[in-house]
Design a protein around this ligand. Sequence first.
Ligand code: HEC
Length: 430
Amino acid sequence: MSTPDPAAARADHEVVAGRFSTLGAGVLILAVVAVVTGVVLLPFYSATAEGAHRSVVAMQASLPLRFLQGVHHWASALLIVLGAALLVYGLFTHAYRRPLGWAWVALVGLLQLFVAFQLTGHLLPWDTHAVSSAAIELGIAENVPVIGPMQARLLRGGGDAVSPKTLTTWYVAHVALLPLALVALAALYVAQVRRAGHERLWQRCRRVVLATLAVVLVLGLAVPAPLGPVATPADYTSYSAPPEWYVLALHTLLNLAQRLRPDLAFLGTVVIPGLAIAWLLLLPWLDRRRAGEPCSTSVRGLAVLGVVGGVVATLMGADHMAALVGTRKAPPPAQSQGGPATVQLDPALVRNGKAVYDKNGCAGCHKIAGQGNSVGPPLDGVGTRQPDLDWQIRHLKNPAAVVKGSTMPPYKQLSEADLKALATYLLSLR
Ligand code: HEC
């Protein structure tokens, strides 16, 4: 094998590093737009359960504020898309190698921050979709072994379910804690890129910056951020929100892990993404070659695996996805007509149903009277919320066909008799 010409390799790397920092400028300008619009909107927003939704409705009624909110919404969405694109580009071109190692670490951190901004910001309008999504996310956090319950409590702002305290907690994170981290990581990124000899950033990146700005301004003007009906306390324990586009891959991983065993959901939601992030963060030290040296096949292989896996997982979840735009409609009322709640339940069936419940690991995801896990909603009172035996049976056989976006596994394999007993037991939980 001939040794590569070091001068040519260095020139190649110059091009890569130049492109990497140019794309990075697109990401940074979006972050600036998101921060500036966020700061301007701040005085118009009220972070209380009574005021939040009303203040967002008022924003959307005023043209300039609706525009700003739209820009804020789309800038934060594009941050994730462009940030991920930059990461993939950097992976395939080895932009993570020295001298850009720390710039790479900052970028991986920034991408996680962008997702954290999305998740917390999504709760702020306090509509039904926002609150149910938070209930699902907190259930996922609680399902992590050992630290789960404590971490979920902290994230909820205390208590056992989503509550107005959760709104305050996420609001503080969204407008104070996360922005501090954003400033620190962005400063690290810029300093490292400049140190690597890419100082005249503005001249090099003017076109990317202007194009990015144009896209968010047009989107903000043309497509307002979606908003659903105001949340009620019933949404605090409703786990039926269809997933947003940026969590579709996680949604699929969650489903796959649950199929192994319900209480292993955290393998899909925490362990696999955690390993991927750890690998990305350590990459500059795992592949210690200098910029311009030959590419590493193992890094390329894992990168291809990660990208293909991410795309496939996203597509697999796509049929459940929440609408990207438009007004979000209220979910159909849970209560069915007629008053089956007054019907007498056969105590023998209730007892058999309880046995079917115990045997099929439902407690791996549901709490009854405080016993069990919180991947799904607590089932106390489900006989009042869903008093229809047929609904219960249809839901058990195929949850996703009844509740859009449901991640509960289907129980088609149960016999009709078991299904009926189980559904009767559920109706007894009033
Ligand atoms: C892997 C986790 C998981 C397992 C296991 C699971 N569920 Fe669920 N369940 C969910 C989720 C998530 C929801 C919320 C979405 C929905 O309503 O389908 C849910 C919803 C429900 C609801 C509707 C609750 C309401 O308030 O509307 C009932 C009833 C229910 N499950 C019963 C059961 C029974 C009975 C079993 C065992 C045979 C079971 N579930 C097993 C995750 C699970």
